[in-house]
Design a protein around this ligand. Structure first.
Ligand code: CP3
Length: 354
């Protein structure tokens, strides 16, 4: 295994000393980069995901172009339902579509148990190829959707505003919801373990729709499955990051779910969250992605605010509070990375800089 030259991201996940705060950007491999769009013009999104050479190339682009401290494998959270047998279409401007959503027992029966080594081999091949091509420059992050967030897409069949179908399912037929969620939890556990085995240095679980649940429902339909996954993933020292977007409650419970890092959206005060749970977990985040629409001075000011709120010491991974928006100027993303690298040194003691 290659030794990683810039391992500042991994050290921050483990709250070990760092010389400055590391930064990467959710959805950093994507349409805001002209270099991404050039490849995307020649291949559709799913073909890119399924061609390890193309996936590796766009995964590495933001490391070269933006200067981030970690790469995240180019793929999508919806490859799991697709591997379970749901036909997936990605529509320009409309997002993902499953034409046959899961609404009853009969639909759920058609979902097959996946073996990542066979059914998602193309993702694992992309991970090992990317790892090889990165040649130890920065760590590689593998990822998955949370069972709950995957269930929302599988039941709604597409993006949604009020999530009527999946909410209707949890209130009318909770046992069906739980049976699909626990199958998804097994699939996510096996998939993330296989990604680590293939070379991922850390894994992140995206729970984009955690925040649409009431506090008790969040525990019942999402968090308990995260706990199962984190305790069952086969890993050595690879950190697990959990991003429960919109969850501003039950922070102590969240901090005990087993994840090493909790990723915060931009509505939270990272300083206050650190006071509550910063001894137990590292924190990631949490700049409003829309700040990248502003000019450089404003970007610097807002980045400094977050660095200041977190304060001194390790355990902070700078990131946006959600994915980078497709119409952001890449120059602004590059500037954010530069500013965080330059401004964060003062929060880390000389003794940390060994
Ligand atoms: O972070 C990275 O750069 C790695 C790649 C990545 C993608 N999707 C590529 C992608 C990651 C980590 C994801 C995660 C993902 N996918 C999530 C969770 C994170 C989040 O943003 O909430 C979700 C909910 C999805 C499902 C998904 N995939 C949606 C809703 C869409 C359409 C909306 C959109 O942004 O266009 C996608 C498509 C998608 N996934 C694109 C990319 C680069 C755009 C497709 C294209 O190039 O046409």
């Amino acid at each position: 295994m290659n030794k990683i030259k810039n391992d500042i991201f991994l050290r921050a996940c483990r709250k070990q000393p760092v010389e400055r705060t590391p930064i990467w950007i959710m959805r950093q491999a994507g349409r805001y980069l002209p270099e991404y769009r050039a490849i995307r013009q020649k291949a559709d999104f799913l073909t890119m995901c399924k061609t390890p050479e193309l996936a590796a190339e766009v995964t590495i682009q933001p490391v070269d172009i933006i200067g981030v401290d970690a790469a995240i494998i180019f793929s999508d959270i919806l490859v799991i339902p697709e591997a379970m047998g749901m036909k997936l279409e990605m529509h320009e401007g409309k997002g993902p579509i499953f034409h046959k959503p899961i609404r009853n027992e009969n639909d759920a029966k058609s979902l097959k148990k996946i073996d990542p080594a066979k059914d998602l081999k193309y993702v694992l091949d992309a991970v090992s190829l990317t790892k090889k091509e990165l040649n130890g420059r920065v760590p590689l992050i593998g990822f998955s959707g949370s069972p709950w967030t995957l269930l929302t897409y599988m039941v709604e069949g597409k993006g949604s505003k009020n999530f009527s179908s999946v909410k209707s399912l949890i209130y009318n037929n909770p046992s069906l919801a739980h049976s699909v969620l626990s199958r998804l939890a097994d699939a996510v556990t096996d998939f993330l373990s296989a990604k680590i085995e293939a070379g991922a240095d850390a894994v992140q679980i995206f729970d984009t729709w955690a925040g649409i649940l009431s506090q008790n429902d969040f525990e019942e339909f999402s968090l308990q499955y995260i706990e199962m996954i984190v305790s069952n993933i086969k890993r050595k020292k690879e950190p697990v990051l959990y991003f429960p977007k919109g969850v501003h409650f039950k922070l102590r419970k969240l901090s005990r779910c087993g994840a090493d890092v909790i990723s915060l959206d931009w509505t939270m005060n990272i300083g206050k969250v650190r006071e509550k749970i910063g001894k137990t977990v590292a924190l990631q985040g949490n700049l409003d992605p829309a700040v990248l629409y502003a000019g450089k001075e404003k970007i610097k000011e807002e980045a400094n605010k977050i660095l200041g709120l977190y304060g001194e010491g390790s355990g902070h991974i700078f990131n946006l509070g959600h994915g980078i928006l497709p119409d952001v100027d890449p120059e602004n993303a590059r500037y954010l990375v530069k500013v965080v690298k330059e401004e964060s040194g003062k929060y880390h003691k000389q003794s940390e800089k060994a």
